[in-house]
Design a protein around this ligand. Sequence first.
Ligand code: BGP
Length: 468
Amino acid sequence: MSMETSQQTYTFPKGFWWGSAASATQTEGSVPGDGKGPNIWDYWFEQEPTRFFNGVGPGETSQFYRKYKEDIRLMKEIGHNSFRLSISWSRLLPEGKGAINEEAVAFYNDVINELIANDIEPFVNLYHFDMPMQLQKIGGWVNRQVVDDYVNYATLCFQLFGDRIKKWFTHNEPIVPVEGGYMYSFHYPNEVDFQKAVQAGFHEILSNAKAIQAYKQLKQGGKIGIILNLTPSYPRSQNPQDVEAAEIADAFFNRSFLDPAVKGNFPGKLVTILKKEGFMPHMEEGDLALIKENTIDLLGINYYQPRRVKAKEHMPHPSAPFMPNHYFDSFDMPGRKMNVYRGWEIYEKGIYDILKKIQADYDNIECFISENGMGVEGEERFMDEEGVIHDDYRIEFISEHLKWVHQAIQEGSNVKGYHLWTFMDNWSWTNAYKNRYGFVSVDLQEDGKRTIKKSGHWFQSVSEKNGF
Ligand code: BGP
């Protein structure tokens, strides 16, 4: 099969969701008197500002809190028919539970209404890496109490906004807080403790099932799903040990959340390893049945890069902290195409491989590409006299991925849309404003002035023509 047919046009099914995704902590910023409570990012930045690129923290970000009307106008201008935002838990509930911040209710109501008035369907995610600090103090996702606090928060959101929101997501990339917070030290509390990692992950899965249950009880008639970062695992070769290593990596990093979310059970390979290594999570009676019964309606797929894997070559020190890669090594495939700024491989066909796997092994569940994108450092060098960034590399990146999405659709995939990460340049966690991802540039020197990039104009025509 060749993807070389540059004259070909790619037309997508009617009603395809064209848009982008963003998250609260990365875009909103905070202003004095807004009533927002601190989350782990506010706290961590206060404690260790040097962890953040150029010492830029989450206080400023892109000022969506103040400029959302302008931003929604721009979304409309570049052809969005849908947009994913997240609700900031600690903006709505400054302590994570208890008193409601009415300013936040007014803000999210306004944002939702403004989107709808512009014919942009809001997709709302409830948790995007942003644990309220008060709840992190009692252990965050490691503490089972936080599962109940989360379900109360989710239920409050359904009650406040569910009359208008018909696509909800319980979590964005739930494995990332596990990796960042308890394994690889890129999220607070930056501990290295695999037992806590497993417990936090299990509690997120439980919270997903409980939030789904709560949502269904309210009978609001919408859909509820989860957003997962799926990184297809490719073995270095067909050697059985390489293949086995890739399957183990897949069980740890994809199926750990995908299987319980879609099928309500856990992959055997993962459970066997956790048992053997002595890392099973603490569970209560009824948890597994609850997970079995409350699965998602809709799957969001974030795809950035593949994972290349080979059989283990050197065993770690016997008393080094346990990590999944005690079972495999990463394979740096020579000649990979790289996004050198982010250090991630670009492999467009990966998006097709995921969609085919979802079609074959997950009952072709309704899904969409909820994130895909390319972070580039120093984009100002591509700016013309009018201030427009000519990001042809991003147009190429998106269209090469879309061709494979299109191919999967021809073969029966139930993929319903494509959202870019992200609408406007935003604050990328510890990378802050290093790499820019947006359709719209944000000038931090000029009070966050917005300018549509070439890719934004291009996307407008793709959305209008429903293809390219
Ligand atoms: C995803 C997250 C986003 C976003 C994006 C880009 O994992 O859902 O929040 O940040 O990746 O990655 P990064 O910001 O690390 O460059």
